[in-house]
Design a protein around this ligand. Structure first.
Ligand code: GAR
Length: 202
């Protein structure tokens, strides 16, 4: 039997990617267990969605305290839960180098564009406004930059003439829910290595 990896999910909002990962774990498609959900926003709906599933969920507010102090609290919660991997799922904060060094190549993020195009906020709107004909989503390992780490998996979405940024974002989100569990499954079940910034699966 494959051993269960313990995941912590960090989010700031709705939590639909968290739900996609949790459901894939429950179906046995990702050999992992989500042991903790952390939100920097106390009112994030994702916290409630975690609790409904019986997954421990805590708010660790980022406002009003220094970044090092906030991250110290998040790292302590993740360590106490025994998580070896950290999944960012709509976590709208940049992690400091010391956080990233604590989980080398074990922090994963999803971004709603085909990186390296359109990093940062409102990526779907950026892509739509730029007029690209294809966009999509990217699952990547997290490094110290903004949405700049090694790419694990991407899924593309065609942009239609009558799309609004919101309609495009909805279609990208559907692909995110496929891409994130698929990327985790690959990372956790297949041998892989980094060659430069390329993630190479054997
Ligand atoms: C998702 O679209 C995710 O790709 C995006 O936030 C949304 C969170 O939705 N993340 C970023 O933009 C990070 N740069 P969710 O809370 O329903 O998973």
């Amino acid at each position: 039997m494959e051993s269960m990896t313990r995941l912590a999910v960090l989010l700031s909002g709705r939590g639909s990617n968290f739900v996609a990962i949790a459901d894939a774990c429950a179906r046995g498609e990702v050999p992992a267990e989500i042991v903790l959900v952390v939100s920097n926003k106390p009112d994030a709906p994702g916290l409630e969605r975690a609790r409904e599933r019986g997954i421990p969920a805590v708010a660790i507010p980022g406002k009003g305290i220094p970044r090092e102090e906030h991250e110290r609290l998040v790292i302590a919660a993740v360590a106490e839960a025994g998580a070896g991997w950290v999944c960012l799922a709509g976590y709208m904060r940049l992690l400091s180098p010391s956080f990233i060094e604590r989980f080398p190549q074990r922090i994963v993020n999803i971004h709603p564009a085909l990186l390296p195009s359109f990093p940062g906020l409102e990526a779907q709107h950026q892509a739509w406004a730029h007029g690209v004909k294809v966009s999509g989503c990217t699952v990547h390992l997290v490094d110290t930059g903004c949405d700049s780490g090694p790419i694990v998996l991407q899924r593309s979405v065609s942009v239609r003439n009558d799309d609004t940024a919101e309609i495009l974002a909805d279609r990208i989100l559907e692909q995110e829910h496929v891409a994130y569990p698929a990327a985790l499954r690959m990372l956790l079940t297949r041998p892989w290595r980094l060659e430069g910034r390329r993630v190479v699966f054997e």
